[in-house]
Design a protein around this ligand. Structure first.
Ligand code: 5GP
Ligand code: MG
Length: 186
């Protein structure tokens, strides 16, 4: 069935079924790895805003008890891409020390954001620290960062939908789509 795409959208990269299937697989793997954990000890930390839908779907598919929390970081607006500078806008409410922390991130691009998160949370004495990332653009990597659970590798295109935005638009598209290059390249 054809779907009516917004004008700025070039093509659908990952449709709803594909995303759902992969998120289920990731949840099954995480559930197996954290089997037997107590609710108090397992903290999912979603990185706002881009991960909010992935976080909602992943957390609901987990078969182990867990708590959810969020942090918010600055975006590329202040040239973070060039400098690697990342700024925290909002911290978690839960105390991280002694807990098994799983960072839930939408997309891994240069690697600076995830590297920043590893340093911040690593310094807070978590019992363990892992990452679940839905998308990765390997061609764009500037620094090497480990990822424990990865959804999909994608090409170097700007993607929107399933939580991901362009200028705070397109977040609630049910699929992940590539924007037309002229929209994001000026
Ligand atoms: P990194 O620090 O790895 O370069 O960037 C990670 C952040 O850049 C992601 O959390 C996301 O906010 C943003 N980002 C990178 N590529 C894309 C993309 O294709 N689409 C959207 N919407 N955000 C992206
Ligand atoms: Mg993000």
């Amino acid at each position: 069935m054809d779907i009516l795409l917004p004008n700025s959208v070039d093509y659908v990269l990952l449709d709803e079924d594909k995303i759902e299937h992969r998120v289920c697989e990731m949840a099954a793997q995480i559930s197996a790895d954290y089997e037997g954990i107590r609710n108090e000890d397992f903290l999912l930390v979603g990185v706002l805003k881009g991960s909010f839908i992935f976080m909602a779907d992943l957390s609901r598919r987990l078969m182990v008890p867990h708590r959810v929390d969020f942090i918010a970081l600055s975006s590329y607006a202040d040239k973070a891409e060039a400098t690697g500078a990342v700024r925290m806008i909002m911290d978690t409410r839960a105390d991280v020390a002694g807990r098994h922390v799983l960072i839930v991130e939408d997309i891994l691009d240069t690697g600076y954001t995830l590297d920043y998160l590893y340093r911040i949370f690593g310094a807070r004495q978590p019992a363990s620290l892992r990452t679940a990332v839905l998308l990765s653009k390997p061609e764009r990597r500037k620094i090497t960062v480990p990822v424990d659970y990865l959804g999909f590798e994608i090409p170097d295109v700007w993607v929107v939908g399933y939580g991901l935005d362009f200028a705070d638009r397109f977040r609630t598209l049910p699929y992940i789509a590539a924007l037309k290059p002229h929209v994001y390249q000026k």
